[in-house]
Write a protein that binds this ligand. Structure first.
Ligand SMILES: Cc1ncc(COP(=O)(O)O)c(C=O)c1O
Length: 459
């Protein structure tokens, strides 16, 4: 690809992206293509000789979007819906062009310093104290894995050299499965993840937490980490972090707060409360790629004990040794990966293009839409809301059997008109409608609600 060809195809691709974002409602949210359909249309082997960009782009247009589940669609209302905003997409393009690997400050001064600056800005926006050090990883699963590794380092500094001993991790029964996975990867053992009972609003009970720790200590087990969730995956319950922090402090156990989805809500002053108590935690994760309009993938881990995180991971082979300057932070020392993408660039673009008020306004609008949707469900005698809905997620069900609700969900999703997901709550199948896309309008939700009611009647 010559520079001129690059320019031509680059413009073509930007035009394609602009048209895609403009006309995304023309696509079914969920592709009707069956599993294997795309694979069957692609050649079994890669080409021997290079092919012209025209042919590659033609195949992209014909084959790829028709086999995509369109996460950027305004009626994508499943899991935690999100948005790759135009500003974020532009930042991501430049990241690929610069191709920086900032394992060391020296190998990526701009990426290292921009990461620290954007995360200091974000820390201020969400109201965490200045002593919190921020670092970007790919996903919340990776951020929480690093938090648990730091917690283990804190509880058992010999583990790194000797190997892990079983140690207990505490979280609510609604915590994300990434906590179990972190315990598996670290060798703490999945059987040592204690699921603490929740109250009537699905929040971890601090009294039960304290009792579980007391019992483990009495049996000679080592508590390693308490994980409180601010915005659970199932129903966005917010654990009482301040009370949990009291238990963590009294017991001398590391407290990690998983605010992967809800953390960005703290940018809006009226939702600052989602991070109440988080300032007392040892680490906090939030995902700009969930509710802060940043393209996949970008997760942020804050810790007030960066020296412990560093002690868990720093290991510098000779060829990577650099002269020590306190302002030259080598981010490879704070995690297991050596190479690091220049992810902060897209976050910088998003934070500047939206401003704090712009992010807060979008979050406010999403919460208001979810509350209105919940009011429609409540007003319909054939449906019920299943859980409190403090943020932008509503769990609800048709007043029928689990099997009927599962069929209803399949029909909604197969219609292509919207994509919802589900959960099992208190043993019953429920539908989850999550708002997180910038394009989702009241009209979208009204149309989706109409479709849901029509399909339910047809069932
Ligand atoms: C509360 C919570 N934590 C962690 C995760 C995992 O996020 P990621 O996909 O970034 O690993 C999720 C995913 O939805 C989540 O809801």
């Amino acid at each position: 690809v010559t520079p001129d060809e690059f320019r031509r195809h680059g413009h073509e691709i930007v035009d394609w992206i602009a048209a895609y974002l403009e006309n995304i409602r023309d696509y079914p949210v969920l592709t009707p293509a069956p599993p294997g359909d795309l694979a069957d249309r692609l050649p079994p082997s890669a080409p021997e000789r290079g092919q012209p960009m025209e042919a590659i782009l033609a195949d992209f247009r014909e084959l790829i979007p028709s086999h995509v589940t369109h996460w950027n669609h305004p009626r994508f209302l499943a899991y935690f819906a999100n948005t790759a905003s135009p500003a974020g997409i532009l930042g991501e393009m430049l990241t690929a062009a610069l191709n920086v690997n900032h394992m060391l400050w020296k190998t990526g001064p701009a990426a290292t310093e921009l990461e620290q600056v954007t995360l200091a800005w974000l820390r201020e926006w969400i109201g965490l104290p200045e002593e919190f050090f921020g670092i970007i990883y790919d996903t919340a699963s990776t951020s929480s894995l690093h938090a648990l590794a730091a917690a283990r380092e804190f509880a058992d500094p010999e583990a790194r050299r000797r190997g892990s001993r079983p140690g207990v991790v505490y979280c609510s029964e609604h915590a994300h499965s990434s906590i179990d996975k972190a315990a598996i990867v670290l060798g703490l053992g999945q059987a040592n993840v204690r699921k603490i009972a929740v109250d009537g609003e699905y929040r971890m009970r601090p009294d039960r937490l304290d009792a579980a720790i007391a019992e483990d200590l009495a049996r000679g087990r080592t508590p390693v980490c308490i994980v409180a969730t601010a915005g659970t995956t199932g129903v966005t319950a917010i654990d009482p972090v301040a009370a949990v922090a009291g238990v963590a402090r009294a017991r001398g156990v590391w407290l990690h707060v998983d605010a992967a989805y809800a953390g960005p809500a703290a940018i809006a002053p009226e939702y600052r409360r989602v991070l109440d108590g988080a300032a007392e935690a040892d680490s906090v994760v939030l995902n700009p790629h969930k509710w802060m309009f940043t393209p996949m993938d970008l997760s942020v881990l804050y810790t007030r004990r960066p020296e412990v995180l560093r002690a868990a991971f720093a290991l510098t082979p000779e060829y990577l040794r650099t002269a020590g300057d306190p302002r030259a932070v080598n981010l490879m020392d704070y995690g297991f990966q050596l190479g690091r993408r220049f992810r902060s660039l897209k976050l910088w673009f998003v934070m500047r293009e939206f401003g704090r008020e712009g992010v807060a306004e979008a979050i406010r609008r999403h919460v208001a839409l979810a509350q209105e949707f919940a009011s429609w469900v409540e007003a319909d005698p054939c449906f019920e809301v299943c859980a409190p809905h403090p943020l932008s997620l509503v769990c609800f069900r048709w007043k029928g059997t689990d099997e009927e609700n599962a069929r209803l969900l399949d029909r909604i999703n197969a219609s292509g008109a919207a994509l919802l997901s589900h959960l099992v709550l208190d043993g019953r199948f429920a539908l989850r409608l999550a708002i997180g896309n910038l394009g989702t309008s009241r009209d979208d939700l009204a149309a989706v609600w109409e479709t849901i009611r029509r399909l339910a009647r047809e069932l």
